[in-house]
Design a protein around this ligand. Structure first.
Ligand code: PXP
Length: 239
């Protein structure tokens, strides 16, 4: 059964809508941990649209499972990461105008800066994961960069409109997991996963962790965060 990482960015999105203190992403992280998640994911974006520097500092102090900082490789953000020292850093591409992380990191096309960032972070004891599309060339480049972990982008699978498309994207993920595991990489997955589509992905042998945010935070509005995380954890636990 894969581990569950809960992404709390959208708790901060709601707080930023009014610029006040509530809802508090640090308290949300506490509730998610109480409900059984295995790590907390927070993305400090360059535009600071949700998580703020102070959130990250507090999360580092309060998170008792593992803190996974999602981030770009911008020098300013790298510096912050080296200061905060999360347990893991997940490198993602970032575009100002995107609604969410729309594609994987092009490790092959940006090999030099990405591998430099991997080297810096690993040298300071922070495990690095690269968020990439389920493609052989990106997986091979991730391996060459020195990263030990990859997170496969499940967005295309999650957003597929027809069942034949869904099956095609699912197969891509399945063979990407096989290929990456064969290279000795730890394989995680995430993006767009929800209560109805998570099971198929969680059942792929070799996936070690799923990182889920939006669906859990949306469900939490109706049932509370504790119940929403617990339900997702139980769903994954049945796989
Ligand atoms: N993993 C990564 C690397 C992400 O960028 C995101 C989105 O912030 C997620 C997982 C979670 O995606 P979602 O919010 O769609 O569950």
């Amino acid at each position: 059964m894969p581990r569950l990482g809960v992404n709390i960015d959208h708790v901060a999105t709601l707080r930023q809508a009014r610029g006040g203190k509530l809802p508090d992403p640090v308290y949300a992280a506490y509730l998610a941990e109480q409900a059984g998640c295995d790590s907390i994911v927070a993305h400090l974006r360059e535009d600071r649209r949700h998580i703020q520097d102070e959130d990250l500092r507090l999360l580092r102090r309060k998170v008792g499972t593992a803190l996974n900082m999602e981030m770009s490789i911008a020098p300013e953000i790298l510096k912050i990461c080296l200061r905060v020292r999360p347990d893991q850093s997940t490198l993602v591409p970032e575009k100002r105008k995107e609604l969410t992380t729309e594609g994987g990191l092009d490790v092959e096309g940006n090999f030099k800066p990405v591998s430099k960032a991997v080297e810096k972070l690993e040298a300071s004891g922070i495990a690095v994961s690269l968020f990439i599309d389920p493609e052989k060339k990106q997986i091979a480049a991730a391996k060459r960069s020195g990263a030990r972990i990859i997170e496969l982008h499940t967005g295309r699978y999650s957003a597929a409109k027809s069942s034949s498309q869904k099956e095609e994207y699912f197969k891509q993920i399945e063979s990407a997991v096989d290929y990456a595991a064969g290279l000795g990489l730890a394989v995680n997955a995430g993006h767009g996963l929800d209560y109805s589509n998570v099971k198929k992905i969680a059942e792929i042998r070799g996936i070690e962790e799923l990182n889920i945010g939006y669906a859990i935070i949306c469900k939490a509005l109706y049932v509370g965060l504790f119940a929403a995380v617990k339900e997702m954890k139980e769903l994954i636990g049945k796989c």
